[in-house]
Design a protein. Structure first.
Length: 341
């Protein structure tokens, strides 16, 4: 007599697995359909909707909740930045000889205009550049055929705004004086905290009567470390990346002894007259959008040369992500640069 108990059990398991798989696939399909419907309803890409669901689980900035958190961040900020070998190989990035902590990326085909992108990365003034930064500047470098210079400025809390500003200024002046690059051929680009530092640098270059670049692009800029704009709290529920209270703490340490409204750390309070054209890219699911809107309103009132591109339902630094909206913002930047004299 043949004992088919094992065979029957195996068959039941197979049936159960098939049913479970079927249910899972149905659920997945329903989720995709619902997600695509929601994306259409919210007038955004499906890819950006998926990304927004993932972003809360990917820490963008350090969260300082305990003394141990602070001490770990302090020790990290004291360590010298090391360019990952994989990044260097993949994106053809290297340190500029003779300049401590300044990175260079060269395109496969160089544009005959001899322009240079001077990129200041974000990260709340506490974090080093991420793979998203390198992917973004590589895309811009390749499409435009331009060399990119990226200073890795010292980070808080071990260092403050004066340290970061001095390093970025020296890197820029080195381009002018040592490499003999015409300032009219230099394009400033910065994201988040880096965009705030870019605007502060522009204001000081003008005040010191130093050569100004051709133009500047501010991606999701952090323009005011006081974060006192009342609209920010209203945006907070839909912001998947930034936390208002944590951002205030990061800004406080970066400012050091400076007043929070000093234009060096909060360039929104500075004078942006007589600066080269400034282009701002901002999404309304970003708490920093509130100050980007305010900056454009001030520009309109005072006659500053500022143009802002608003993106619906986009998060902080969306330009760095490979979504249709992020890629569209980079295409806009490329077109503006290509059509500028």
């Amino acid at each position: 007599m043949v004992d088919d108990t094992k065979h029957t059990s195996y068959t039941r398991r197979r049936i159960k697995i098939k049913e479970t798989t079927k249910i899972g696939l149905v659920g997945l399909s329903a989720g995709l359909v619902f997600g695509k419907y929601r994306a259409i309803k919210e007038q955004r890409s499906f890819r950006s909707l998926v990304l927004e669901r993932l972003l809360p689980h990917i820490p963008a900035l350090p969260e300082i909740k305990t003394e141990q958190d602070f001490q770990e961040a302090l020790e990290k900020s004291k360590r010298r930045y090391q360019l990952p070998k994989a990044v260097a190989a993949l994106y053809h990035v290297h340190y500029i000889q003779g300049q401590k902590g300044v990175l260079e990326m060269n395109p496969p085909i160089v544009n005959s205009k001899n322009q240079v992108i001077f990129y200041v990365h974000g990260g709340g003034y506490w974090e080093q550049p991420t793979i998203a930064h390198f992917a973004t500047i590589h895309r811009l470098s390749t499409e435009l055929g331009l060399r990119v210079i990226m200073p890795i400025y010292p980070k808080a809390p071990a260092y403050n705004a004066y340290d970061a500003y001095d390093m970025v200024l020296k890197s820029y002046l080195s381009l002018l004086n040592e490499q003999q690059v015409d300032s009219a051929k230099i394009i400033f680009i910065g994201d988040s905290a880096g965009a705030g530092l870019i605007l502060a640098l522009l204001q000081r270059l003008r005040d010191k009567h130093l050569p100004l670049p051709q133009q500047a692009f501010l991606l999701s800029p952090w323009l005011d470390i006081t974060n006192s704009n009342g609209q920010m709290a209203k945006i907070q529920p839909v912001d998947p990346m930034l936390d208002l209270s944590n951002l205030k703490l990061l800004g406080k340490y970066y400012a050091g002894d400076l007043e929070p409204r000093d234009p060096l750390v909060s360039p929104l309070y500075g004078d942006s007259a007589a600066l080269p054209p400034i282009y701002v890219f901002t999404g309304d699911h970003d708490i920093l959008n509130a100050d980007a809107v305010k900056f454009q309103q001030m520009a309109n009132k005072k006659g500053w040369n500022v143009t802002t591109f608003y993106y619906h339902a986009m998060s902080h630094v969306f330009s760095l992500f490979p979504t249709p909206e992020g890629l569209d913002s980079l295409k806009r930047i490329v077109r503006i640069i290509q059509t500028s004299n």
